[in-house]
Design a protein around this ligand. Structure first.
Ligand SMILES: [Zn+2]
Length: 371
């Protein structure tokens, strides 16, 4: 199994500002400045753990390139691209409170380009699958604005590239970031050729997005699946959601490529999420997707990094996923870093978690099969 790996040191140079940028005035004056939750450390430590575990040596190194204006404009408005480019000279608010430092525009187009490169490597057969550790993340970016730490929709731009340049017909997105993948949903809401599935903490971020009754519009009806899960959900709920919603929907839709919006903020240690997954849970979710990909699209699977804010634990989640993608297990002892509450095994599924999954499962019958 050849797995592509994409990381650029410049991704760590994106300056997402300090946390008190986000506090409203007059409170702002009373918040001691602290680095933003979305900072380079989680990503660097993820990359460094791959290095010291020896897994990095087993991966095919991919190099990012900047996305072109033409590639970005397949998803974003000319006004949004122009405002991000103009902001590069000074740094500031790239939209909806998303901070960006000087020359951050160059890093944002490199993130979008990184997702394109990873998709191309998978489509070319240069690798079987790939993980793009891009930054800034992308799944909250809307066509006309940055949002939620995201400047451009890295995945959206990569999918439009696959469709327009590579002739790919059907693409599926599985977004397991703890927040709703609102940007991806907006971009593909009426596109019958992109199945967008988001598992997220119910009524979290963005406010009012990610509800179970948003199923796609017009020709795209049935190609948007939201799976809002109650706070506290662990692998029992996620596993049931995969079994009853994600896997059946992917098998019905039969995409030619599966893309994962890979946030690790549904881990039990995350400061911005209230879910209960551990690193081995992300490994098992990866295994499920690899099994479906092997059956429907010759294993073509690309993961593009999104959120995840525990600098201690994100690296273990990432290592587990990349070990699974590549088939190279290191001797890293994941049990030694598991949450204490996980030592005696997964918590049993609760009734309200089952009910949430069953509400989402009712929408799977709308998913259109191949024409
Ligand atoms: Zn997130």
């Amino acid at each position: 199994m050849a797995t592509g790996w994409l990381w650029e040191e410049r991704y760590a140079w994106h300056d997402a500002g300090t946390w008190n940028d986000f506090a409203s005035t007059p409170l702002k004056a009373y918040v001691q400045p602290e680095e933003a939750f979305e900072n380079p450390e989680t990503k660097r430590r993820f990359r460094n753990l791959l290095d010291v575990s020896g897994v990095l040596d087993k991966l095919v190194q991919l190099r990012a390139r900047p996305a072109s204006d033409e590639e970005i404009l397949r998803v974003h408005t000319p006004a949004h691209l122009a405002s991000v480019r103009a902001l590069g000279a000074t740094g500031g608010d790239a939209g909806d409170g998303t901070a960006m430092g000087r020359w951050g525009d160059e890093i944002a187009v490199l993130a979008a380009g990184g997702s394109i490169v990873a998709v191309d490597a998978v489509l070319d057969g240069a690798v079987d699958n790939a993980y793009a550790l891009v930054r800034p993340p992308g799944h909250h970016a809307e066509p006309e604005t940055s949002m939620g730490f995201c400047v451009f929709s890295n995945i959206g731009i990569a999918i439009r590239h696959a469709q327009h340049v590579r002739g790919v017909g059907r693409v599926a997105v599985v977004d397991w970031d703890v927040h709703h993948g609102n940007g991806t949903e907006t971009i593909f809401l009426s596109d019958p050729n992109v199945l967008s599935i988001s598992l997220h903490q119910d009524e979290h971020y963005p406010p009012g997005r990610g509800r179970v009754d948003v199923v796609g519009e017009g020709a795209g009806r049935g190609t948007n699946l939201n799976i809002p899960l109650p706070p506290g959900s662990g692998i029992a709920a996620y596993g049931l959601a995969f079994q009853q919603v994600v896997v059946p929907a992917l098998r019905a839709f039969r995409p030619e490529l599966i893309i994962v919006a890979s946030g690790f903020d549904a881990s039990a240690y995350d400061p911005l999420g209230r879910m209960d997954l551990n690193a081995n849970d992300f490994r098992s979710l990866t295994a499920s997707l690899m099994e479906v990909a092997a059956d429907v699209c010759e294993g073509r699977l690309m993961m593009s990094h999104e959120g995840g804010y525990s600098s201690f634990y994100v690296p273990y989640c990432g290592l587990a996923v990349v070990e699974q993608l590549s088939g190279h297990r290191s001797d890293t002892d994941f049990s030694g870093v598991a949450p204490d509450s996980h030592r005696s095994g997964p918590r049993a599924l609760e009734a309200h978690e089952r009910a949430a999954v069953e509400r989402a499962a009712a929408n799977v019958e709308l998913v259109p099969g191949p024409a």
